[in-house]
Write a protein that binds this ligand. Structure first.
Ligand code: PEP
Ligand code: MN
Length: 241
């Protein structure tokens, strides 16, 4: 049975209590990964920027595989010490200096490389070569929605990216349904579409209390909604890990 990784967790790590609550649910569902941001690339400098280094200290006590975003070269080794994968965010797809540093300094450490929100697939795949040609080919790509004229959703999920990337590359592809939708009510449908299209992983934002979240509240599932969704996804012929 094909395996599908589930990168679930809050947009941002906010406190030890918050992350432990989410981690307990992930473990109770038999899943192995948690996501959360500690260095947050926010549109406004006045918005919550993440807990930074003190967030990594909190993550040291979480016994799950952790994926978190790196926004600057000086975070690379610190994140590798604590986490099992590095995420490169949509806003940094064009940050070639960062891509080269990550490619050079991470060996074959797992990298989740997100598509730029206004990048064509061809531009995206070219950008991935900054990482691979600098030395790290252990890349998972991630479709997370692109900018279009449609404003009913935060971005438009380009589901066709999944089969295109499977045809054109050897890389696995994740679908981030939460940032694409921007609204939690659409997340279950989009997650099912992603699995049906052959995605190798899903990214899903989950928060104990989305209304109180310090960022991306409207798109985060609460813990109960997440449990229901995982049950529904288990009806597909895939092993969720
Ligand atoms: C995130 O995953 O927390 C994030 C900021 O996503 P993106 O880079 O796709 O906007
Ligand atoms: Mn987010």
């Amino acid at each position: 049975m094909n395996k599908v990784k589930i990168f679930a967790g809050p947009c941002a790590l906010e406190s030890e209590e918050q992350i432990n609550e989410v981690a307990d649910v992930i473990k109770s569902l038999g899943l192995s990964w948690i996501r959360c941001g500690v260095y947050k690339p926010r549109i406004s400098p006045h918005s919550f920027q993440g807990l930074g280094d003190s967030g990594l200290e909190i993550l040291k006590d979480i016994d799950l595989d952790i994926i978190t975003e790196v926004t600057e070269p000086n975070q690379i080794e610190k994140v590798m010490d604590t986490c099992s994968a590095i995420q490169i965010g949509s806003r940094n797809m064009y940050n070639y200096a960062l891509l080269k540093e990550i490619g050079k300094r991470t060996g074959d450490f797992p990298i989740l490389f997100k598509r730029g929100m206004s990048a064509t697939i061809s531009e995206y795949l070219s950008a991935s070569e900054y990482i691979s040609s600098a030395g790290n080919k252990n890349i998972m790509l991630c479709e997370r929605g692109i900018r279009t004229f449609e404003d009913a959703t935060r971005f438009t999920l380009d589901i066709s990216a999944v089969p295109i990337i499977h045809k054109q590359t050897q890389y696995p592809i994740c679908v981030d349904v939460s940032h694409a939708a921007g609204r939690s009510d659409l997340v279950p449908s989009m997650a099912k579409a992603a699995i049906a299209s052959g995605a190798d992983a899903l990214m899903i934002e989950v928060h104990p209390n989305p209304m109180k979240a310090l960022c991306d509240g409207p798109q985060q599932l609460n813990l109960e909604q997440f449990k229901v969704l995982i049950d529904e996804l288990r009806t597909f012929d895939k092993e969720l890990i």
